[in-house]
Design a protein around this ligand. Structure first.
Ligand code: ZN
Length: 131
């Protein structure tokens, strides 16, 4: 929990406790409106701290996942040793142009890519773009 989130959560808790203490001394409902508003503001502040903290953790996880996937992409061989010639192919129903050695087309029905109108290059293998 970052300092700003910790401060907001503590402020929310203090507002709830303050509202409770304020309203505890009176039985008149009209006198308790301000106390209830203070406590309600505390609940909102505490909720905001929770949402900000959770979204921050999600951003951290997403950033770590992106870095890990980039490292994995660098580590994966895009052109495994093979004796067959590498061709540009497309998967039936797909639009990306892959190399025939791409991991995303392994085990799928493919057809040779039309050289005149190739689809967008596969983000994993590059689809032979620039080759
Ligand atoms: Zn591919």
């Amino acid at each position: 929990m970052r300092p700003a989130e910790r401060f907001t959560a503590a402020l929310g808790a203090a507002m709830v406790i303050g509202g409770w203490v304020w309203s505890a001394g009176t039985t008149d409902a009209a006198d308790q409106v301000g106390a209830v508003a203070l406590a309600g503001g505390g609940v909102v502040a505490g909720g905001a701290a929770a949402v900000i903290g959770t979204s921050g953790r999600w951003r951290t996880v997403a950033r770590a996942r992106t870095v890990a996937l980039a490292a994995l992409r660098e580590a994966l061989p895009t052109h495994p040793p093979t004796t067959a010639p590498v061709r540009q192919v497309t998967v039936a129903g797909g639009t990306w142009t892959h190399l025939s050695t791409c991991l995303l087309v392994r085990g799928k029905r493919t057809r040779a890519s039309r050289s005149g109108r190739p689809g967008p290059p596969c983000p994993v293998c590059g689809g032979g773009a620039g080759a």
